[in-house]
Design a protein around this ligand. Structure first.
Ligand code: MG
Ligand code: MG
Length: 249
C-alpha cells in the first residue's frame, strides 16, 4: 500500500532529506586519488550522527556500512573498505540514507575521481539528465510509466542502457516502500502520481547491456559485461505545487 504523507510528515522528511543531501555532498568532496572508501563512509556516518540522525543503511538487512560506495563497473551496494583505494579516472557512486525523527531520506550521485574518460563523463551527464527528464514528467494526471519512459528514452539517446533488475521506490517511515519506481515504462501506464507520494527516483545507467549480477559478497551489484555504470538519486515529494527534491541541498 502506498503511504501518502501529510504536511507535517513532509516537513520532517525535508529535514531527513537535507541531512542525507549534506552527507552525500560531503562524501563527494572527499573523492580523490589515494582515499579509501572506508574513510569516506566514516565521514558520512559522522555527519549523519552529528545531525542527530541515524544512517539508514547501517545494519539494513545486515549491510555493514553507512554508505554504499560502488566504483566503475559496480552499479550499486558496494561495501566501503580500507582495501579499496580510489584512483585517478574512477567513477564513484555514493548512495546515502539518513533516518531522522521517524523518516528516511535516500540520495545518490556519481563522482569523478580526478579526470575521467570522455565516455564516463557522458554517462554521468546522461544519468543525471535522465533523472531530471523523469522528474519533469510529474504533474496532474501523470503516471509512473511516464517517468520511467522519459528516463529510459533519454539514456537511449546516448546509446546507454538502464538497469531493469533494480528500481526506485517509495520512501517514508520505511527506507523502501511501495510503489516500485522503474527506470523504464510505458507512457500513460502504471500507478497515478498524486500529491503526498514520496518516491526515490534513481536511474542506474550502463554503457553496456545493463544486465547485472550480485557478487559473492552478497551485496555488490556489477555489470555482467564489465561496462561502466552511473547512478543518480533524489527523494522526491509530489505536492500540489509539483515535485520537490527533498534531498537536494
Ligand atoms: Mg539510495
Ligand atoms: Mg533508493
Amino acid at each position: 500500500m502506498i503511504q501518502l504523507k501529510n504536511a507535517h510528515q513532509l516537513a520532517i522528511m525535508k529535514d531527513a532529506g537535507r541531512i542525507t543531501g549534506e552527507a552525500l555532498a560531503l562524501g563527494g568532496e572527499l573523492v580523490s586519488p589515494g582515499v579509501t572508501t572506508a574513510y569516506i563512509d566514516t565521514m558520512i556516518r559522522r555527519h549523519i550522527e552529528k545531525c542527530g540522525a541515524t544512517p539508514s543503511f547501517l545494519g539494513y538487512e545486515g549491510f555493514p556500512a553507512s554508505a554504499c560506495i560502488s566504483i566503475n563497473e559496480q552499479v550499486i551496494h558496494g561495501i566501503p573498505s580500507e582495501n579499496v583505494i580510489l584512483k585517478e579516472g574512477d567513477i564513484v557512486k555514493i548512495d546515502v540514507g539518513a533516518y531522522y525523527k521517524g523518516f528516511h531520506g535516500d540520495s545518490a550521485n556519481t563522482f569523478r575521481c580526478g579526470k575521467v574518460s570522455e565516455l564516463a563523463d557522458r554517462l554521468i551527464e546522461a544519468t543525471k539528465d535522465s533523472f531530471m527528464k523523469g522528474v519533469e514528467q510529474i504533474g496532474p494526471g501523470k503516471r509512473l510509466g511516464d517517468v520511467g519512459s522519459a528516463i529510459e528514452q533519454r539514456n537511449l539517446e546516448d546509446g546507454f542502457s538502464v538497469v531493469r533488475d533494480f528500481v526506485g521506490h517509495g520512501v517514508g517511515k520505511e527506507l523502501h516502500e511501495s510503489p516500485e519506481v522503474p527506470n523504464y515504462g510505458i507512457p500513460g501506464r502504471g500507478i497515478r502520481l498524486v500529491p503526498g507520494m514520496v518516491i526515490a527516483i534513481e536511474p542506474m545507467v550502463c554503457t553496456g547491456s545493463g544486465r547485472v549480477l550480485v557478487k559473492k559478497d552478497g551485496w555488490t551489484v556489477v555489470t555482467t559485461d564489465g561496462g561502466l555504470s552511473a547512478h543518480y538519486e533524489h527523494t522526491v515529494a509530489i505536492t500540489d505545487n509539483g515535485p520537490v527534491l527533498l534531498t537536494a541541498i
